[in-house]
Design a protein around this ligand. Structure first.
Ligand SMILES: [Zn+2]
Length: 252
């Protein structure tokens, strides 16, 4: 049975003379490989569709025995030509794609991952993004969208809202804020609790609520950016089991 679905093309490779394999991300299936037989020759069925970073409506079927996925034809929806032409934007897009691939998205998380990557590519196409913000905002936002959603503005223990006072800690493992009063009553937080300012908590809340288009106008105090970035990396490493080392994401 054939179905049509909107897909983001993550990678393309060729084998034999005319055949290609394509790594795709879709909102229902997550990441998978499909074969475009004759894709290199029959450009008519796949005009502009067999390039990484393309947004394509593919007709997807399978071979007779159902053992692998076959791409029958595609209609190009967006090729993000500006992202493709600008090496900085291409680099940011590839960084986000590598992260999505490293997480091993299962179909239950496919929808938010697809939506976030699509919106990020649209943002890069329109506004360019920034090396200082886009990569870690993407990582944090993906973790939040996959359901690891801390309440950054409320003490997880007494329920008081975060004010401008200091003395807060954030427990990366539980995803919870603790206020000074709760901390001073002597219930020690285990292991992962780190001191954090109200400003950084508000920045993290903003990131949690944001969409990629909002990132075009983001500005943060250097120190807030450094601390929020650090906390996001810890949060991602703990909850998604990944860290960034030497230009690659590694399972931790
Ligand atoms: Zn409290």
């Amino acid at each position: 049975m054939n179905a049509t679905e909107k897909c983001l093309v993550l990678k393309v490779g060729c084998f034999r003379e005319a055949d290609c394999w394509v790594r795709l991300l879709t909102p229902t299936r997550g990441i998978f490989n499909g074969f475009a037989f004759g894709g290199n020759r029959s450009r008519r069925r796949f005009v502009g569709c067999l390039d990484p970073l393309s947004h394509v409506l593919f007709t997807i079927g399978s071979n007779k025995t159902g053992t692998y996925t076959v791409l029958e034809e595609g209609t190009l929806l967006n090729n993000f030509s500006t992202v493709r032409k600008d090496p900085v934007r291409t680099g940011l897009a590839v960084n986000c794609i590598k992260f999505i691939e490293a997480i091993e998205i299962d179909p239950a998380d496919a929808k938010p991952a697809y939506q976030l990557l699509l919106e990020t590519l649209l943002m890069l196409e329109e506004g360019g993004g920034s090396s200082e913000f886009t990569p870690w905002l993407f990582r944090g936002k993906l973790a939040f969208d996959m359901g690891f959603k801390p309440d950054f503005l409320t003490c997880g223990s007494c329920g008081e809202s975060v004010t401008s006072e200091g003395g807060y800690r954030f427990d990366v493992e539980k995803g919870q804020v603790a206020c000074r009063t709760c901390l001073s009553t002597g219930k020690p937080l285990e292991g992962f609790a780190r001191p954090i300012s109200a400003g950084v908590l508000r920045a993290l809340d903003w990131i949690e609520q944001s969409r990629p288009m909002d990132w075009l106008t983001v500005s943060m105090d250097n120190e807030v950016r450094r601390q929020a970035g650090q906390l996001i990396e810890l949060f991602v490493a703990y909850h998604l089991g990944l860290s960034w080392e030497g230009g690659m994401y590694k399972k931790v």
